[in-house]
Design a protein around this ligand. Structure first.
Ligand code: ZN
Length: 297
């Protein structure tokens, strides 16, 4: 980036960097006008890698329009909201990897079939079968490398939102160079590395648990207890390409849509109109009652 201006948003806490000629008056994350220009802070970590945008503006905008128009259960004000302020943002995120060593115990159930005789309602002897499960306890250890865990480092974009548009194709990582950001908005890491590490550790632990689940033997499994530790942790700051559309509608509510700038995957939760849902419920109750009345005639 040649000449860079920094803004911080008083509403969502994000810290946006734009080239001087892209000067903005609203926050690209939350459409709030509460952005203030501020001097660059020294000592903030520089990104190590960048994933470049592949999905072009028109494609992201078209996907956003479809998403808003097709939100049938959303309030009309939302579906008629203006959809044009979609902005491509390089979202700061941490790429995390570690070696995981886990010990686990679980209850493993093996199914078997039991044949038995009984008498039916007419007093005849019949042979039936039923499935029973024999349970035993299994203990084991599991070691593996957990890589490609991506967590947000932005106060503007929640981790569940970033997860919503994952995965990113990490084979396309470029070494960071300011020239890659030219013409785009970028955010500085606005969450500390420590907070992000906690997020990443939780994701990595969940991943280890998932993987152990898939290797457990038996027909049924229960009571899985995993105790894992992580070693050789690497945490790399990268910029992830995300199209962000804050839809501001009605009583100043904002709902946000994200489009993965690399794959086009869309994530967002449209608002619900309780009037529409209520009408739908009444309609279905009406249909059921009508059906019952018809059946009784
Ligand atoms: Zn904001």
């Amino acid at each position: 980036m040649s000449e860079v201006v920094e803004f911080s948003c008083g509403s969502c806490g994000s810290q946006i960097q734009v080239e001087a000629h892209l000067r903005t008056a609203t926050c690209p994350y939350c459409a709030s006008p509460a952005v203030v220009e501020r001097p660059r802070e020294a000592g903030r970590p520089q990104p190590d890698f960048v994933l470049a945008f592949i999905v072009p503006h028109e494609q992201a905008l078209a996907a956003a329009r479809r998403w808003v128009r097709r939100a049938w259960l959303a309030p009309e004000a939302f579906r008629k909201a203006k959809v044009d302020a979609i902005r491509g943002i390089y979202v700061p995120s941490y790429l995390f990897s570690a070696a995981a060593h886990a010990e686990y115990t679980a209850r493993i159930g093996e199914n078997y079939t039991v044949t038995y005789t009984t008498t039916d309602s007419k007093g005849r002897t019949v042979t039936r079968t039923r499935t029973e499960t024999e349970w035993h306890t299994l203990a084991g250890s599991y070691s593996a490398y957990v890589s490609d865990v991506v967590v947000t480092a932005s106060r503007g974009i929640g981790n569940h939102e970033l997860e919503g548009v994952e995965p990113f194709d990490l084979r396309a990582l470029h070494r960071y160079s300011p020239r890659l950001l030219s013409g785009w908005i970028a955010e500085e890491a606005s969450m500390t590395a420590e907070v992000c590490r906690e997020l990443a550790v939780a994701e990595a632990m969940a991943e280890v648990q998932r993987r152990i689940m898939t290797i457990l033997p038996g027909d049924r499994q229960s009571d899985l207890q995993v105790s894992a530790r992580l070693a050789d942790i690497a945490q790399i700051l990268m910029l992830a390409p995300v199209w962000v559309l804050p839809v501001r509608f009605a009583d100043d509510r904002v709902v946000r849509l994200l489009v993965n700038g690399q794959t086009g995957k869309v994530f967002g939760k449209p608002p619900r109109s309780w009037v529409k849902i209520g009408a739908l419920v009444l309609l279905s109750v009406g249909l059921v009652v009508g059906g019952v009345l018809l059946a009784q005639r």
